[in-house]
Design a protein around this ligand. Structure first.
Ligand SMILES: Cc1ncc(C[n+]2csc(CCOP(=O)(O)OP(=O)(O)O)c2C)c(N)n1
Length: 366
């Protein structure tokens, strides 16, 4: 293992003074380390944006690298192939290896992408190297020297990072100091709409929902970050008689923000989009999102939602849920949530298979 500081310093020694990315717990250390230095890390909403930021920096004359989870390769493959490779821009990308080498040891949403990652990069002729958990500074330096050769040959190499290869560091972010515990907010929302179909976003939100309000009418969308509201829209359009509640995160909503405009445009009267905004990617270690400088309700209103409100207390949340069910949507309810404390409950897929989740949700909708 190399420390987060060694990772960042060895890259800085080679002139890589800027980074962008979307968090994976594998990169919690470097992201925390860089975030304490202004101008070194740009938190991107999705992996494609992160790559494009690095490409812009490279055009501007700065060496930049990108950090991401391999589940985000799908978000990045377009700018990788059509921008970085086509314009031969010298970007170095670090991708975590979730679901690899043995998918059975990771969550089910990584089972396809884990083993497929190296071959996917091969298929688009992208060179890749692997940083293993047992590697130290010497091995990382050798790996960077090999990546430099790729860059000199006008190629954009990847470094695939095994779990435990880079050490941790603590980030100093600014979470909300007023608001609700996320599990409490979920309890209030689900109790206020007991007949609703509920779509819970990936990460801790799904885990909390499974713990405090499990029901066959819940769909736990592990993975597919940012797509819970689009999935909820599909359900809402198919079942206009049923209230559909989407439990979203700020990081997830930002990842595919265009969904707001799609939902506003489709005008599903029965959709309530609840955003649990804690200002961080809490599920991957608490790296900051950019929600502190964004108003989701203002965005939702501008995108055509029928109503959109901010709540920071129990009474306001209950009232917003009642109001949303009494009037035609789509509605957004944005709840400020506090950093989680204590043990995070297990994932739904510790008790149910993905097919169980699908089948019971489908029959509940009928
Ligand atoms: C495409 C993709 N990129 C990255 C991840 C890793 N990841 C899982 S959960 C998560 C954070 C989600 O943040 P947010 O929606 O704010 O919810 P919170 O964790 O704060 O509850 C991230 C980055 C992922 N699952 N998919």
């Amino acid at each position: 293992m190399i420390s987060a500081q060694e990772f960042c310093d060895l890259l800085a020694d080679r002139g890589f003074t800027m980074a962008s990315g979307v968090p994976c717990s594998h990169f919690g250390g470097p992201i925390a380390h860089l975030s304490t230095r202004s101008g070194r890390y740009v938190p991107a909403p999705n992996e494609g944006s992160a790559l494009a930021v690095a490409a812009g920096a490279a055009l501007g004359g700065r060496r930049a690298y990108v950090m991401l989870q391999n589940s985000g390769l799908g978000n990045l493959i377009n700018p990788l192939t059509s921008l970085v490779m086509t314009y031969q821009l010298p970007i170095l990308t670090f991708a975590s290896l979730r679901g690899w080498p043995d998918p059975a040891t990771d969550e089910p949403q990584h089972a396809v992408m884990g083993p497929a990652t190296p071959g996917l990069l091969d298929s688009v002729d992208t060179p890749h190297h692997t940083l293993y958990a047992e590697d130290g500074v010497k091995e990382f330096s050798t790996l960077l020297a090999a990546a430099e050769k790729d860059l000199a040959a006008q190629r954009a190499p990847f470094v695939l990072v095994e779990r435990g290869a880079i050490g941790k560091a603590t980030a100093a972010n600014e979470p909300h100091t007023t608001g609700l515990p996320a599990a409490e907010a979920i309890r209030i929302v689900t109790a206020a709409a007991p007949q609703a179909a509920v779509v819970a976003t990936t990460g801790f939100t799904g885990r909390d929902t499974f713990a405090v309000a499990d029901s066959p009418g819940n769909f736990y969308m592990q993975g597919s970050m940012g797509h819970a509201s689009s999935l909820g829209l599909g359900v809402a359009l198919t079942h206009p008689e049923r209230t559909v509640v989407v439990l979203d995160g700020d990081g997830a909503l930002l990842m595919h923000l265009g969904a707001l405009s799609m939902i506003g445009n489709e005008e599903p009267a029965n959709l309530i989009h609840v955003v649990l905004d804690n200002r961080v990617h809490e599920s991957t270690g608490g790296q900051a999102t950019t929600s502190a400088t964004t108003s989701f309700p203002e965005m939702a209103k501008a995108a055509g939602y029928a109503s959109a409100v901010d709540c920071d207390g129990e009474d306001a949340l209950r009232a917003a849920m009642l109001g949303a069910q009494a009037a035609s949507g789509p509605h957004m309810i944005c709840v400020k949530t506090l950093p989680r404390t204590g043990t995070i409950p297990p994932r739904a897929t510790n008790a149910l298979t993905t097919l169980d989740i699908r089948d019971r949700f489908q029959s509940n909708l009928q």
